[in-house]
Each structure stands twice: as structure tokens, then as C-alpha cells.
Design a protein around this ligand. Sequence first.
Ligand SMILES: Cc1cc2nc3c(=O)[nH]c(=O)nc-3n(C[C@H](O)[C@H](O)[C@H](O)COP(=O)(O)OP(=O)(O)OC[C@H]3O[C@@H](n4cnc5c(N)ncnc54)[C@H](O)[C@@H]3O)c2cc1C
Length: 473
Amino acid sequence: MTDMRVDAVVLGSGPGGYVCGIRLGQLGVKTAVVERDAPGGVCLNVGCIPSKALIHAAKTFEKFTKAAEMGIVAKSPPAVDMKKMQEWKGGIVGKLTSGVRQLLKSNGSELVFGHAHLERGGSDGYRVIVESKGEKSAIIAKNVVIATGSRPIAIPGFDVDQKRVLDSTGALDLDAVPKRLVVIGGGYIGLELGTVYAKLGSKVTVVEALDTVLFGMDKDCVRVVAQKLRKMGVEVLLKTKAVKWESRKDGAAVTVQRAEGEEATIDCDRILVSVGRRPNTDGLGLDKVGVALDGKGFVTVDAQLRTNVPGIYAIGDAAGGVLLAHKATKEGEVVAEVIAGHRAAMDVRTIPAVVFTDPELSSTGLTEEQAAAEGHVIKVGRFPFAALGRALSVNDTEGFVKVIADAESEEILGMHVVGNGGSDLISEGTLAIEMGAVLQDLQLSVHPHPTLSEAVMEAAAAARGEAIHIVNR
Ligand SMILES: Cc1cc2nc3c(=O)[nH]c(=O)nc-3n(C[C@H](O)[C@H](O)[C@H](O)COP(=O)(O)OP(=O)(O)OC[C@H]3O[C@@H](n4cnc5c(N)ncnc54)[C@H](O)[C@@H]3O)c2cc1C
């Protein structure tokens, strides 16, 4: 087979790689995107989209069970058909991944299937060897974008077999609701999936080594999520480590160790290990071309996503930083423009983050602690959803909006929302931070009534002691 020659080759078709491929095509750069698995990467196949589909399904089930207080009386109690739910979820994934293929094609970028690794090549560029079904082919390109993403971190004593011990991929694919589920790791993935199964009827226990779940997020918001987990019957064991597990006649038992050293066992049917992710940068031949990695294996890049080797770039989870799909996507667009010769750089003030627990926790910019550490004296405004007509009318009043601003200039430094719908509200905070907006920009912009967005306006007003629908302190 003759070598394929392109201007740029992108390794991986996750939200970083496929967006990069589309944008390169739009900019007239001849591009191939190589994917060893399914187009769309973790995000579309085993991450953001399938998890949010199951979260929505679990929420819908819960709403049914709680509809009686709104006067909706079901003749028989709702039940869960997990196989059907998985089919529905699979349909959504299928639509989106076939959309990726189509978009790459229509923008003139070629999708090549196979496992890729790099070789140094000659003056005409790098050689990327693609292996598929025992066959090898080569792509020659002057520009290479590493967009190979990440995979779950394993922990000793808990080998993932996707039967008893699951990673997030296995937990998204169960065809029955486990009676008892132990989740190791109280980060966002563990809590999101734990919430799904708690709502569908599992007895969930979360084991977390730190003294808090959702480490690094706004502490007041985390408190609300933790309270709700308890209310749902989820047991959260903080300062506790999972040590080992063993089979039992009717399932498994996980041994945990508290900070004080005492041990306990938790009986369960399934164990979900979600303690973080590591980059897919091994086996790519990066050592052969001299690409520098940090101590954890992430590719080191500058603001233009350039590695230390000319013509080789890295984006998304493989390049570290926050491991989120929208960060990968933004970097995919930026690197395409850099390769096409535009003046572009990853120049953002904030990357928002959303945890799709119940209630949702959404965050952008600095927390109070981070603002103080940067030397700001701050003003904080809070507005509870319980005081908002829209939240009351949709029967979902948990949580609040918190706006953090510099006390003197009143420039917005951060916004944190705990409450359902916050995942959409948070973009107003991101826009405010990117534009250098001040509290009055949010306070004086007319927000439509009745909507949840009024809480953003009121929180900004509260920071100035001028909120209307709560008593200002
Ligand atoms: C359960 C779960 C839920 C999540 N929820 C959210 C969320 O709600 N919001 C959010 O922003 N993020 C979420 N994430 C994180 C998000 O999925 C990742 O940050 C995102 O997918 C990273 O994109 P990427 O393009 O860097 O890599 P990936 O999506 O990991 O894609 C990399 C691709 O490269 C391919 N590849 C790897 N090596 C090779 C090779 N040698 N040759 C060819 N192909 C290769 C892989 O097969 C893969 O398709 C979630 C993750 C998980 C696991």
C-alpha cells in the first residue's frame, strides 16, 4: 500500500481530535484523523454523553416517583427496564458518532481506522504508522497533533474485570441495577454514576480517601451536594481507603481502612473504581521523536499547544490541565488555526466545570480561597433558588448562585452554582469573566422572568447589598 501524504495528521478522534480535524478541513489543510476505536472518543462513547443520558433517565424515574405531591397520581408504580434504558442510551451515542464521521467527511478530512504510532521520518515529515487488523500503512505529515486522550487509573487490589470490579465504562453499560454498589473515589465521575444507581434503587457507598468529596470545588456548594447524597441514602465514607476486595457467596466484600487505621468491610454486588485518569501517551513512539512528558505522562505544551519538537502538538486530556471535553475542543480549534498559520493561542481566563450530580454543581473562575490566595479582597453575593418563582414552579428549589467579585473594582472573579439548571446558567459567569464584567453588568442587565437566570442577577445585586427578593445582610 502506498503512503498517504497529508499536511496534518491528528491521532485520536475524541472531542479534541475530531474538532481539530473539522477545523483543519475548514481552513484548507489536508488532514487525516486516525482512530483506533470509535469516532467521538471517550466523550461521545463512554463519557459525557452516555453518562448524561443515564443521569437524565434516573432523574426522570425519580420525578415519576415524586409526582404525587404535584397531584399526578400513577395507577401503578414506575419500574426500571435497564436493558431498554441502555438501548436508548446506545441510540443517542450512535447518532452522535455517525455525525462525527459525516462532519469530518463534509469538511474534507479523512477518518482512518487503526492504532497509530509515530516514527521520525525524513525531510518530508513524520511517519505515522497505522496498524489495523494485522495490516500496516503509513501517513506522512509535517504536522502531528496528539489527541489520544486518557483512560481510568487502576488501583492495586482492584483489577477491573467489568463484572464485579468496574471502571466508568463498565458502570455505564450495566444491564441490571446492582442491589449494592461501592464507589471508590468521590470525584465527579464517581458521584455522577453513584447518583444514577442510587436513584434507580441501589444502596450506594462512596469511599473517599480525602476529607471531602469533589475536592477543589466551592465548599458551600459541595456541602449541599453532600447533604443531598445523604438524603438519597448514599453513604459517604471520608478519610477512608479501599484496601482489597474478596468474593462472597452472594457478592463481594470490600475492606476499607479509616484514617485512624481501623478496618471495616462493606458487602456489595459491584465495585466502581473511579479514582482519576491517566494519559494515553505510552505506546505512541513519543520517545523516538523526543516529545517531552511531565512526571505523570502528560505531554508538555505551550499556549499554542506546541510540544518541544517542531511540528508536533498535543491537545485535550493527553496534554493535561483540566480533563474536560470543552477544554479539549477549544484546544482542537486553536491548534488547527496555529497549524494553518493564524495568530491563535489558548488564551482563556476560565474553563467552566459542571458536575451533574443532584443538584448540579457548576463552577467558573476563582473560588473564595483561590481569590484570597491571589491577593484579592472579595465581595460575595448569594441568592437561594428557594426565593425564586421559577425554581418553586418547577418544584426544584435546592441550592443557590454565588458570585465572587473584587471588593474594590467589583470585577467578577468567579461564579458557583449549586442547583439543577446551573449547568446552563454558568456560561453567563464565564462570559462575565472573559469580558472583565463588573457586578453591575450582571445586576443591571434585564433577565427574563420567570427564569432561573434571575438568580444570577440577584446574586450580583446581593454582593452590593441590593438584592430585591431576599433581605440583604
Ligand atoms: C464517565 C465520564 C463522564 C464524563 N463526563 C464529562 C462531562 O460531563 N463533561 C466534560 O467536559 N467531560 C466529561 N468527561 C471527560 C471527557 O470525556 C474527556 O475530557 C474528553 O473525552 C477528552 O477528549 P480528548 O479528545 O482529549 O480524548 P478522548 O475523548 O479520550 O479521545 C481520544 C481518542 O483517541 C483514540 N486513541 C488513543 N490512542 C490512539 C492511538 N494510538 N491511535 C489511534 N487512536 C488512538 C482513543 O480511542 C479515543 O477515541 C467524562 C469522562 C468520563 C470517563
